[in-house]
Ligand binder design. Structure first.
Ligand code: ADP
Ligand code: MG
Length: 708
């Protein structure tokens, strides 16, 4: 007897040649197959009378075949099936190309349903390649809401629907991980029912209910996961770092600028957190250029002053190096030893030993990796800056009390959970304690999302820009306006400024193409457009020390223009750069574009961002239009979230659940309900042992988000 665990290859109706294709989709058993959900629906539910058909619309008709024939067009080597179907109001023609077998089924006198788009030619209205079914069969492909599945080579939606029809009875055997009282309380269908509703909805309402159920389930699992991390984090101890007001004030007054109110407030929240003997877990959520570094420096200052070590991690070596330079400068008057530790660098800076406050490479001492690690464990180094590898390797500290993570927008939810686990087991040199954790985002995260995904973090927001900033002038440039932009670039360079040109790279698999495109564009610009100027080139294939040199040369004004692909971290601070051109801008998410735009406008000079696009679709244009309209990173992030959905926005594809459920994820009400139910469930049973099915589902879910 078949059941949910039966292998698909043992189902007689499934032809063996489909087995490897199904495997590719991770579909091995009947149970897997039932959880392979459609990603959209074609609404063929409403039957239309033939006399009411309109060209260009989508419709379902029901009638009787009056004539059908197979036409061969020898010239174009095509077989056309032509069929006439009548109902009580008229007759309509249907044609199919290269599917001769259809004429075997559609013989005169048979009842038939046709669903599809209505076209028109000189002979009148007709269906072109419609979905069809004999009226005697249960509506599967026509006359209903027809599910469309994500298709793979060799596996059509029609085939999946047909098999699903046969296997859907096993949905009854699915056990529901959601506790019954929750389902009852929210009037949600149980799992078996929801699965049936998704594959074969009889009404829109059924489909919506199923969608709501899966959206809730997703939300509920996320809430359970984050709340459990929070509970385990709160059970840990940390060192209490006294807030030294005099020192903090002295540091702030020595800065060349006044802090914004938002910076002041965030720094205060952080310093207050660190006073507690519990580990801080705070997210500093601020736009590019909102001044997160100095806030991070204030937290480090306090920690070091209390006699402990601090560390700061950046997503790339280049950014780590930049932090090392700017923080060495900020701490020039402190008696601190600061280290940079990455694969390529092992550098030290010791502030008071330096004559000049001008941080440049000559002030840094090169040491061996071994030496640096020794100084870390002996406590000679007060602050270490590096990449994420810092906590992933066996680096030992004397007394690490603060970890600051500066992350990029690419940094997803799963890596964050992973990092948190790592931190709980770091060699911080403080037995029984874990370091305080401050995470800084490079992309503003909309509030609804922080609630969902970062419910375990406390939040500080830098929603205010330093006053001296001029908004960056942003313009969408179509192909034929390119030359004007190049003229403008020329005039900016003539006034002594510099320019970035960013080329897109969307997929990893495009790496080779990327290399070619970048080299070609660099050559085109150097030879044809700006033969008299000097152009640098950066792409993913350049070795990291060379990369560093190119960036440093750009900073040192050896190049007027830097051509870079988007894989390269261009998070470098070049205050003299006033123009950024982004090629094929429509290929980027809005948040990413905003991120790139933040490379300019880092000084008092007026800056410009040109979004090049060849795209003519209004959708792409209105999307890019958001960039012209606002420079508020939080607004852009919200728009981006709306357009792309949270999975892509956060760089984490939550596997295992239908995309259609993901669409409901920004539903704040639902999130709040899920939050409350999760809290209640964990209060009833902190380890979920009272809900074994739920416990198992959560395990599966967490494994999925860790594994991508
Ligand atoms: P981000 O938040 O993107 O990390 P940074 O910390 O790199 O921003 O700050 C960007 C620039 O703004 C730096 O050059 C920094 O010195 C400067 N800055 C930071 N805070 C202020 C402020 N309150 N007023 C003026 N300039 C500031
Ligand atoms: Mg920064």
């Amino acid at each position: 007897m078949d059941n949910l665990k039966t292998k698909l290859e043992d189902i007689p109706k499934i032809n063996k040649r489909y087995v490897p294709i199904l495997k590719k989709l991770n579909l091995e058993t009947v149970g897997d197959f039932l959880l392979h959900f459609p990603f959209r629906y074609e609404d063929y539910s409403e039957r239309i009378l033939i006399e009411n058909l309109e060209a260009g619309s989508t419709a379902t008709v029901m009638g009787e075949v009056v004539q059908s024939k197979l036409i061969r067009t020898w010239k174009r080597k095509m077989m056309i099936t032509e069929c006439f179907v009548s109902d009580e109001t008229g007759t309509v023609r249907a044609v199919w190309f290269n599917q001769p077998y259809i004429s075997d089924s559609l013989v005169a006198g048979k009842g038939v349903r046709l669903s599809g788009k209505i076209s028109e030619d000189t002979n009148g209205l007709f269906f072109s390649n419609p979905a069809w079914e004999l009226s005697s069969r249960t509506p599967t492909n026509t006359g209903r809401l027809v599910p469309i599945y994500p298709e793979t080579e060799g596996l059509t939606s029609k085939w999946i629907r047909w098999q699903m029809q046969n296997l859907i009875k096993h949905a009854e055997e699915l056990v529901d991980p959601l506790p019954e009282n929750i389902l009852k309380g929210l009037h949600l269908p149980k799992l078996s029912e929801a699965v049936k509703f998704l594959h074969f909805p009889e009404t829109l309402r059924q489909f919506e209910l199923a969608q709501k159920r899966f959206a809730f389930q997703q939300m509920f699992l996320i809430q359970l996961a984050t709340q459990r991390v929070k509970i385990s984090w709160e059970k840990q101890n940390a060192v209490s770092i006294a807030f030294n007001e005099t020192l903090t004030k002295y540091f702030v007054s020595s800065l060349p600028f006044a802090l914004t109110n938002a910076q002041r407030k965030a720094a205060f929240q952080i310093l207050k957190d660190m006073e507690k003997p519990l580990p801080m877990n705070r997210l500093l959520n601020g736009d590019v250029g909102s001044g997160k570094t100095v806030v991070a420096a204030m937290a480090s200052l306090s920690t070091i002053n209390a006699g402990f070590q601090a560390s700061l991690m950046a997503p790339t070596e280049v950014l780590a190096r930049q932090h090392f330079e700017s923080i060495s400068k900020l701490f020039a008057k402190q008696n601190f030893k600061i280290a940079l530790l990455t694969n390529s660098y092992q550098l030290l800076s010791h502030s008071v030993e330096r004559e000049t406050q001008n941080a440049n490479s000559s002030n840094f001492e090169k040491v061996s990796r071994k030496e640096l690690l020794e100084q870390l464990v002996s406590g000679k180094i007060n602050l270490v800056i590096g990449t994420h590898a810092l906590i992933q390797e066996a680096v030992k500290f004397k007394n690490l009390a603060l970890i600051i993570i500066d992350e990029q927008h690419r940094f997803g939810v799963s890596q964050r959970a992973f990092l948190q686990q790592k931190i709980e087991s770091i060699n911080d040199g403080l037995p029984g304690k874990i370091p305080h954790l401050l995470t800084m985002t490079a992309t503003p995260i909309p509030r609804t999302l922080t609630l969902v995904f970062f419910g375990n973090l406390d939040l500080s927001v830098l929603d205010e820009m330093p006053k001296n900033r001029k908004p960056i002038i942003t313009k969408i440039v179509s192909t034929r306006e390119r030359n004007e932009t190049y003229d403008f670039v020329r005039s900016e360079i003539a006034s002594g400024h510099q320019v970035f040109v960013i080329l897109p790279l969307v997929e990893e698999s495009e790496k080779l193409t990327e290399l070619k495109a970048a080299t070609q564009e660099h050559r085109r610009l150097s030879e044809e457009i700006f033969p008299d100027l000097s152009l640098g080139l950066l792409h993913g294939r350049i070795k990291s020390d060379e990369k560093e040199k190119v960036m440093q040369d750009f900073k040192d004004k050896k190049y007027d223009i830097l051509v870079a692909t988007s894989v390269v971290e261009v998070g470098i601070d070049v205050p003299n750069a006033t123009v950024i051109i982004i090629e094929d801008a429509e290929r980027f998410g809005l948040s990413q574009l905003h991120q790139f735009r933040g490379r300019v406008g880092r000084s008092e000079l007026q800056s410009y961002c040109f979004l090049f696009t060849g795209s003519k679709t209004t959708k792409a244009k209105s999307r890019l239009g958001a960039m012209e309209k606002t420079s508020d990173g939080f607004k852009i992030a919200e728009e981006d979230l709306l357009l792309r959905g949270p999975g892509e926005f956060l760089g984490t594809r939550q596997s295992g659940l239908p995309d259609i459920a993901m669409e409901h994820i920004s539903n704040v009400k639902l999130i709040e309900i899920a939050h409350d139910y999760a809290e209640q469930t964990l209060a009833d049973s902190p380890d979920l042992s009272a809900f074994p099915l739920l416990q198992r589902e959560l395990g599966k879910f967490q494994q999925n988000i860790h594994l991508e």
